[in-house]
Design a protein around this ligand. Structure first.
Ligand SMILES: *Cc1c(COP(=O)(O)O)cnc(C)c1O
Length: 324
């Protein structure tokens, strides 16, 4: 069942007082550079450093108490792992996380720090969903996937709900896209609150499976994309987000790794905030199409801020040659 805006409102109640109502920031210089009026929803300042805490906390809360007590299992390249681990800890229930061997160490360490048990796998050869299902079976626990779940999507939709409540009418909204949980939740909120707002989903250039999927009207699966945007290193849109997006027909855009690096640098120098590469997708796309957005009020979801500081320094260093 695809979630509705009523589900987003239930999620908003569940996370109230637990998730941060993150600030909406402005930048006069970025407004000048783009010619638009930009409203940044700062989910890099969310708990666990990422919007994913919204969906994770909502999904763990929604489980019946006796089911929840047996624990939760998930798979993730990092941010959903951290979010589920924190949500489980706040509910006092165990979490087991299946993480790729090449997940950024900062995310692995943060996940372990929340007390979750971690199982590593090879992203290029092994099936994470099968491993998670098997572990859940053994433990009597519940699998909470990163995107393909109505409570996850409804939870992610609360970020756009807050943004639109706080700033009023937007002409356009730009959202990073991996498996599609954040974007589909954003679409559910935007369509209910501001049906005139144009919706843009942004993927890494190395992996535009979502763009291909919406163009072809079926889920297109690609090889694991090589990109610095590790939060969007997904191979396909998940079925539930795809259904919502296919119905809404948003515009899909891409941004290159170089554009993400340049955007990270701008956000750090002009707004004094650390945004991870994936979190820069929205602003990177706005910068590409600035001439079409002149004078408009534009919402941008800065989706997360979990990047190892040494790596951040490397990436934004203009003299660095090697970026991977
Ligand atoms: C997970 C993630 C995304 C993509 O979200 P999906 O729901 O998978 O589409 C974007 N940005 C960051 C920082 C993320 O962690």
């Amino acid at each position: 069942m695809t979630p509705t805006f009523a589900d987003v409102e239930v999620a908003a109640d569940r996370i109230a007082g637990v998730a941060h109502r993150t600030p909406v920031m402005r930048s006069r210089l970025l407004d000048e550079m783009t010619g638009a009026r930009l409203f940044f929803k700062c989910e890099n300042l969310q708990r666990a450093g990422v919007f994913k805490f919204r969906g994770a906390y909502n999904a763990v809360s929604a489980l019946p108490a006796d089911v929840r007590a047996r624990g939760v299992v998930t798979y993730s390249s990092g941010n959903h792992a951290q979010a589920i681990s924190l949500a489980a800890r706040l509910h006092g229930v165990p979490a087991t996380i299946v993480m790729p061997l090449d997940a950024p160490e900062v995310k692995v360490a943060a996940t372990a720090g929340y007390g979750a048990q971690i199982v590593r796998y090879d992203r290029y050869t092994q099936d994470y969903a099968a491993i998670a299902a098997c572990l859940a079976d053994e433990q009597g626990a519940t699998v909470i996937p990163p995107c393909d779940h109505p409570d996850i999507i409804a939870g992610q939709g609360t970020a756009t709900r807050e943004l639109m409540e706080d700033v009023g009418d937007l002409g356009a909204l730009f959202v990073p896209v991996g498996g599609g949980g954040l974007f589909s939740g954003s679409v559910v909120s935007a369509q209910a609150m501001q049906p005139g707002c144009r919706l843009y989903g942004v993927e890494p250039e190395a992996g535009n499976d979502g763009q291909q999927s919406l163009a072809q009207g079926r889920i297109v699966t690609i090889d694991a994309p090589q990109t610095i945007a590790d939060g969007a290193q997904t191979r396909f849109l998940d079925p539930l987000p795809f259904e919502i997006l296919l119905d809404a027909r948003p515009t899909m855009l891409t941004a290159s790794d170089d554009e993400l690096v340049e955007t990270m640098r701008l956000l750090a120098s002009l707004m004094k905030i650390i945004v991870e590469p994936t979190g820069c997708l929205g602003l990177a796309a706005v910068r590409q199409m600035a001439d079409q957005l002149a004078g408009q009020r534009v919402g941008i979801i800065l989706s997360g801020g979990n990047v190892d500081l040494a790596r951040f320094a490397d990436l934004i260093n203009p003299t660095a040659v090697e970026r991977t």
